[in-house]
Design a protein around this ligand. Structure first.
Ligand SMILES: [Zn+2]
Ligand SMILES: [Zn+2]
Length: 281
């Protein structure tokens, strides 16, 4: 329980059942009363299936969802999340899912973010010409626990069926679309309630947000003693020269201005020579 949040109303901005993984974490850590939006159409801010493109960053979209949830309910405390999918920055052909959780507290003027990245995602799409290709795709993307979308164009579909989660329905929609449009694209439905793999990543991002939020300033005890910068130069365990790995985190208090430098934030006092530009150029 956190005295600053104890008993306050918090609204979760979602229309895709994300409250299932956020609710107990938020309730138990902060002591808030949880509400869920009833009329929020977060799809207006962008969909994964291409009909509406997201404008701006994931952070801006999540903040906007918080504001809409506050307007709907009149509460001054909201949480929203936003997912992104794409290729892994280093590993070719591996998709990753990044989830961002945003808490906006209008009373305390706090904007706190938590993130989590995972390659445990089924994010994928393919053009399907026959039912065998479709069934192979379905097996690969963990259907039917994870739903599938069928549409007639990857980017500008005029016919689209979302949330397909049983085999009969899948084949029926496929046959209908194939005979009417000729071309069918299958893709994973990334909306949280249709995609259990995402739910786990959203839970981790919620935990990361709560860890940042409940970190208190050692000087004035204010909440959200904030990570403001990081410093590279963790020494190599072999030659002791600085590497590109993180040596220290810098924190700053948003209330009293107190600053702190914490060495070895990843509990590692030296880096593997594998990451050293001198030992392993
Ligand atoms: Zn302080
Ligand atoms: Zn070295």
């Amino acid at each position: 329980m956190v005295p600053e949040f104890q008993g306050r109303n918090l609204v979760i901005a979602t229309m895709h059942g994300k409250d299932r993984v956020m609710r107990s974490l938020l309730e138990q850590t902060l002591g808030v009363k949880i509400h869920v939006t009833k009329n929020l159409n977060t799809d207006l801010l962008g969909t994964f299936s291409g009909e509406i493109e997201r404008v701006g960053s994931a952070e801006e979209a999540a903040k906007r969802k918080c504001e809409l949830a506050m307007e709907e309910t009149g509460f001054d405390l909201a949480v929203a999340s936003e997912g992104s999918f794409g290729p892994h920055p280093y590993l070719f052909g591996v998709p990753v899912n990044e989830e961002l959780v945003y808490l906006f507290d209008r009373a305390l003027d706090i904007h706190c973010i938590g993130k989590s990245i995972s390659n445990e995602t089924n994010f994928s799409s393919t053009k399907v010409s026959d039912s065998n290709t479709l069934l192979d795709f379905a097996r690969m993307v963990r259907f039917p626990t994870h739903a599938i979308i069928l549409k007639n164009d990857l980017y500008k579909p005029t016919t689209i069926q979302k949330g397909i989660s049983d085999y009969d329905h899948l084949l029926e929609v496929f046959n209908r679309m194939k005979s009417r449009c000729g071309i069918v694209h299958a893709e994973t439905d990334m909306r949280a309630m249709y995609n259990p793999s995402r739910m786990g990543v959203i839970e981790q991002a919620t935990q990361a947000m709560l860890t940042a939020l409940t970190n208190r300033c050692p000087s004035c005890n204010s909440l959200f003693f904030k990570l403001s910068d990081f410093e590279i130069g963790l020494p190599c365990s072999l030659c002791a020269l600085p590497t590109q790995s993180i040596l220290a985190h810098h924190y700053a208090c948003r209330v009293c201005g107190f600053k702190e430098r914490k060495l070895f934030p990843k509990n590692k006092e030296a880096e593997d020579p594998m990451y050293c530009d001198y030992c392993n150029p």
